[in-house]
Design a protein around this ligand. Sequence first.
Ligand SMILES: C[S@@+](CC[C@H](N)C(=O)[O-])C[C@H]1O[C@@H](n2cnc3c(N)ncnc32)[C@H](O)[C@@H]1O
Length: 252
Amino acid sequence: MKQDPKNRYPSVSRISDAQRVRVVKEIFATVTGKYDFLNHVLSAGQDIHWRRFAARRMNFEHTFRYLDVAAGTGDLGIATALSHPGIHVVGLDFVREMLDTAQKKIRRRNLSTRIGLLQGDALHLPFPDGGFDAAGIAFGIRNIPDKQSAFREMLRVVVPGGQVLILEMTFPQHPFIKRLYAPYLTRLLPALARAFSPNPDAYRYLADSILDFPPPPRFARSMEQAGMVDVRRHPLTLGITHLFVGHKPGPD
Ligand SMILES: C[S@@+](CC[C@H](N)C(=O)[O-])C[C@H]1O[C@@H](n2cnc3c(N)ncnc32)[C@H](O)[C@@H]1O
C-alpha cells in the first residue's frame, strides 16, 4: 500500500476493504466533536435541507418505525422524528463516539422516548425481517466498501413495499459545475478542514471518497441489482448530493 507521506490516510482506490473500514472507524472516532459544525460550514447549511428533504419523502403505514443506518450524530433520525410525529426511530452506528454525541442531541430535543440508539454494523443489522417501514442512510454508504451487502440488509429489514433511502454526496455531472466543484473538493475543503478539524486528513479522505463514488445512474442501477424496484434519483443543490429512493418488492 503506497501512502502520501503528507497524508495519514491512503487513497481509497488503493486500500483493501478491511483497511478502509479501519480508516473509517478511526476518522469518525476523531472528528466527532467538530463533525456537525464542519458539515454545516462545508455545505453552507445545505446538509440540513438535504436531510429534511429525505425525511419528507418517507412513508409510514405499517410499523411506524424508521431505521437510520450509519446514524452518526443523529441528524437524519432527528429530522425524521420531527417530520413524522407518530413514528419511532432506531439509529445504528459502529462508532461509539458518534452515538454519544447523538444521544446528547436527542436528550436536548426531548426525543429520548422516540429515538433509540444502538452500536452495530450496517452489514449485520440486528433486527428481524420486515420490522421497519423505511430504512435510510445519510452520507454513510460512501464509507461502506461492500455496498451490495448493505443494500440487502436494509431491504431485508423493511416491510414488503417499504422504502430504502440513500442520501449521498455525488460528483456533479454538469461540465461547468464540475469545473467549479473539483477545486472546492481537492483544495478549499482540505484548507477549511485544516483550520477547523482536529483531524484535517479526514477531509482529504472525504474529498477522495466523493471522487471515487460512482456516477448517480450507475449507483441507482446497483440498488436495482440488490433487488430494489422503482428506484428514483433526486439531485439536490446542482447535483452535489443525491437522494436515491428504492423499494422492496411487494406486498403482492
Ligand atoms: C459521514 S457520517 C454520517 C452520519 C449521519 N448519517 C449524518 O447524516 O451526518 C458516516 C457514519 O457512518 C458510520 N459507518 C460507516 N460504516 C459503517 C458500518 N459498516 N456500520 C455502521 N456504521 C457505519 C460512521 O461511523 C459514521 O458515523
